[in-house]
Design a protein around this ligand. Structure first.
Ligand code: NAP
Length: 262
């Protein structure tokens, strides 16, 4: 896996950091994208290099087209190609607001970062992957299996009426995964959606007490918080090519939250 190249958006903290570190520990070359926290991104790169991988921190606001292009250009310039794109970067609404009151500003922000960003970053990276796949055999790694993973959420199908903008953006990612899976299969590029449940990160810090209580009262069959490492293990399985005959697949990493129970 040593020459493999991954872009992990939002790799500076939380779930993205867990993914970047897990790939780094396998010797991958990992582009650690971040929005503003350069110190955290530098720490992740340092950890990756200590573990035997190679890291590159790239600032880019995933909601801005020129930034996304720069992210891909820097990746190709530095590492030559992209084997794995992990669309992880995402934000929660600054304020949770009732569906009947919530404003357009928050909606536009969440759609730009959580949906439009990954949608067009995937388009750009997919073209780079297709270019790589179409190279003569002698000019590419023997067992090339490029893949794209999008970290959505249980919010893709769970209605939370105090953050409709977040839910709508995540539901959009579910269709995005199907679309790119259907379009890219002919090139051998598999596309997956990972749906995390309740994961312990900075994002869920403000609602920790609420979820502690819900988990202790039976919210999930596996009665604990998820960890970034739980998501990272699923990403590693895809990155290693262990799901070769599956594409457009949803991988629930949610402690069984999605199960209907009676
Ligand atoms: P987090 O701890 O808040 O970390 C967010 C990461 O995304 C940071 O690395 C941040 O960079 C980056 N980021 C934020 N806005 C960005 C932008 N505009 N452009 C580029 N990078 C940006 O969040 P998390 O909990 O790890 O969540 C990661 C993903 O999992 C999100 O898509 C989230 O919706 C999803 N998810 C989370 C949970 C959960 O329970 N935590 C559950 C389901 C799904 P900086 O460090 O520079 O700010």
């Amino acid at each position: 896996m040593a020459d493999r190249v991954a872009i992990v958006t939002g790799g500076s903290r939380g779930i993205g950091r867990g993914i970047a570190e897990a790939l780094g520990a396998l010797g991958w070359r990992v582009v650690v994208n971040y929005a503003s926290n350069s110190k955290a991104a530098a720490e992740v790169v340092e950890g990756i290099e200590k573990a035997g991988g190679k890291g590159l921190a790239v600032q880019c606001d995933i909601g801005i087209a020129a930034d996304r292009d720069r992210l891909v250009d820097e990746t190709i310039g530095h590492f030559g190609r992209v084997d794995l794109l992990v669309n992880n970067a995402g934000v929660a609404p600054s304020v949770r607001a009732d569906l009947l009151e919530a404003g357009e500003e928050s909606f536009d922000r969440l759609i730009a970062i959580n949906l439009k960003g990954p949608y067009f970053l995937t388009q750009r990276v997919a073209k780079e992957m297709v270019r790589e796949v179409n190279k003569p055999k002698s000019k590419r790694p023997a067992d090339l299996h490029p893949a794209i993973i999008t970290i959505s959420s249980i919010s893709a199908y769970t209605a939370s009426v105090n953050r409709g903008d977040y839910c709508v953006a995540k539901a959009g990612l579910a269709m995005m995964t199907k679309l790119y899976a259907a379009r890219l299969a002919e090139y051998g590029i598999n596309v997956y959606e990972i749906r995390p449940g309740v994961i312990e990160t900075d994002m869920t810090g403000p609602v920790k007490a609420k979820y502690d209580k819900m988990i202790s009262e039976g919210l999930t069959p596996i009665a604990r918080w998820g960890k970034p490492e739980d998501i990272a293990k699923a990403v590693v399985a895809v990155g290693m090519g262990l799901l070769p005959f599956s594409t457009g697949e949803v991988i629930n990493v949610d402690g069984g939250f999605h199960l209907r129970r009676l």
